[in-house]
Ligand binder design. Structure first.
Ligand SMILES: [Zn+2]
Length: 184
């Protein structure tokens, strides 16, 4: 498992998707796996169907990015988490800006959802994954590599090219975040 590479992107929505570049990436690397954190309020139904591919994993990242999720009750959180299951979303959640509440953790545990946060913002639910918040760079750990970026990064394509070069050299074993989540 030394060669595994976890790729994830934040803030996917319709119009902030670079989708043609991702389709090309997937053609070049048939085993590719990418986890996307999706802002659902800016996505049409057709778009949500288009982005669900064998190499893409879709995870709810709230419906907007300005703060509404911080005030959800446990029940509201559960409703939001379940709403996009019909589009093949994973049982996962990333609160925008890692602004978590106990209601989120409770809802995730009750529905058996995992969370994704940063090591600098610990979570208090059972299943989780920590991504180091460094945009557009491959991070090297003892037994895996991780790449993380925002879709709105102005150097998106340049960073993607570097990532592809890395993949060509290393020939990694791609992993979705759902395949590496930890339990506490
Ligand atoms: Zn975000």
């Amino acid at each position: 498992m030394k060669n595994k590479l976890i790729i994830s992107y934040d803030d996917l929505w319709e119009g902030n998707d670079h989708w043609e570049e991702f389709e090309k990436f997937a053609q070049e690397f048939p085993d590719l796996k990418i986890t996307f954190f999706v802002i659902t309020g800016n996505c049409s139904e057709e778009f949500l169907k288009k982005i669900k591919r064998p190499w893409s994993q879709l995870v709810f990242h709230s419906w907007e990015h300005s703060g509404a999720w911080q005030h959800w009750t446990v029940e509201e959180t559960k409703e939001w988490l379940l709403k996009f299951q019909e589009y093949g979303f994973e049982k996962g959640f990333k609160a925008p800006a890692y602004k978590w509440s106990d209601n989120h953790f409770k809802a995730c545990d009750e529905l058996d959802f995992w969370t994704c946060s940063s090591p600098t913002v610990p979570v208090r639910n059972k299943k989780y994954w920590y991504t180091y918040p460094k945009d557009g760079e491959v991070m090297t750990y003892d037994d895996y590599y991780e790449y993380y970026d925002h879709l709105q990064n102005k150097n998106f394509s340049e960073c993607l090219d570097k990532l592809k070069k890395f993949c060509t050299e290393i020939k990694p074993e791609f992993k979705f975040i759902s395949e590496v989540v930890k339990t506490q």
